[in-house]
Write a protein that binds this ligand. Structure first.
Ligand code: BTN
Length: 330
């Protein structure tokens, strides 16, 4: 078990409650099936309640689940992924610094391709360009996926684009909302960000050892903090309802499996074409480009096969963006 990760027995407890959903399960039965004391069962029930899991205690009879819980534990996710490689091992935390840090550490200890690290809360979630990632407990999805691609380090940007397309398709299929992708891989609903992706890796000159795709999705936040209100939103705020994080994570892991397979089978160019078809930012979008201290306005003119964005400045000069940040100019 990874340090600090969720005790498999709590996972088993949630599974047992779900399998017996809506019936009263006696405390001693739960304790003996899981192999813990009754007081531990009581303590864990309190912990689950504090995370919003609705469990009714029926005096001298036992416990009854009021509603299927929306907790991202392996026992609720793993069975939905068939024989997929992505998600064959899922490490869950109730609270962790950053799932990317936990995944990078697991990767350095030889965790296999497809290992997933997921948390209900991050205390130091990281974003691109040295920013922090707002990680409200039990409202968002904070997940990192370890990939071991048989590819050169130059393929890393296309892996990031692949993750953006996979996340877009997962959100569209799970919610029906219209989701755009802003280069390189921010997902937007109604022009504001609902999902960000941070790709980190360990590599040698000619080979990627491990890539960690860190994905943060604002799912059930009922509002965003004041400093983010103008630029970020949540699926709940846009769809006017709460969504199942469990179902969204399952959809995301399935789409990552599918698109990773497509990238290996069809190559970079096919993936960048898919990206261009999925994003309003690929062609003809007026943008502001921020590259360190440099800022300028330009219009997008397509992607090259490495995933770099072509732009034309107002004076006609052409640029190829390989990193940095862009914003739409309205
Ligand atoms: C960005 O848009 O700036 C990227 C945000 C990435 C956030 C996710 S949440 C899961 C993973 N763990 C982290 O610390 N960051 C990524």
């Amino acid at each position: 078990m990874a340090a600090g990760s969720t005790d498999r027995k709590i996972d088993k407890l949630i599974h047992l409650l779900v399998q017996n959903a809506m019936v009263v399960v006696p405390g001693p039965k739960i304790a003996s099936e899981i192999g813990v004391t009754r007081s531990t069962v009581w303590m864990w029930m309190e912990k689950l309640r504090s995370l919003g899991v609705e469990i009714k205690g029926v005096p001298s009879s036992g416990y009854r689940l009021v509603k299927i819980p929306d907790v991202l534990v392996p026992s609720l996710i793993r069975p939905e992924l068939d024989d997929n490689q992505i998600g064959h091992t899922i490490v869950h935390y109730f609270r962790v610094g950053s799932t990317n840090d936990a995944a990078l550490q697991l990767a350095s200890r030889d965790a296999p391709h497809g290992t997933v690290v997921v948390a209900e809360e991050q205390t130091s979630g990281r974003g691109r360009l040295g920013r922090t990632w707002y990680s409200e407990p039990s409202s968002g999805i904070y997940v990192s996926v370890i990939l071991r691609p048989p590819l050169a380090p130059t393929a890393a940007p296309v892996l990031t684009l692949m993750a953006g397309i996979a996340a877009q398709q997962a959100l569209v299929s799970a919610t029906g909302l219209a989701v755009d992708i802003r280069w390189p891989n921010d997902l937007l609903v109604g022009g504001r960000k609902v999902c960000g992706i941070l790709t980190e890796m360990s590599a040698e000159l000619d080979r990627l050892h491990a890539v960690v795709l860190g994905i943060g999705i604002n799912v059930n936040h009922s509002e965003m903090p004041p400093e983010l209100k103008k630029i970020a939103t949540s699926l709940r705020m846009e769809g006017h309802k709460a969504w199942s994080r469990v179902q969204i994570l399952i959809a995301l892991l399935r789409e990552l499996e599918r698109h990773y397979g497509l990238l290996l089978a069809d190559g970079n160019e096919s993936m960048t074409r898919r990206w261009a078809a999925a994003s309003s930012y690929a062609q003809g979008k007026r943008i502001r480009v921020v590259q360190g201290h440099d800022e300028f306005q330009a219009t997008t003119t397509g992607l090259d096969s490495t995933g770099a964005l072509r732009v034309r400045r107002e004076d006609g000069r052409e640029h190829l963006l390989v990193a940095g940040e862009i914003m739409e100019v309205r």
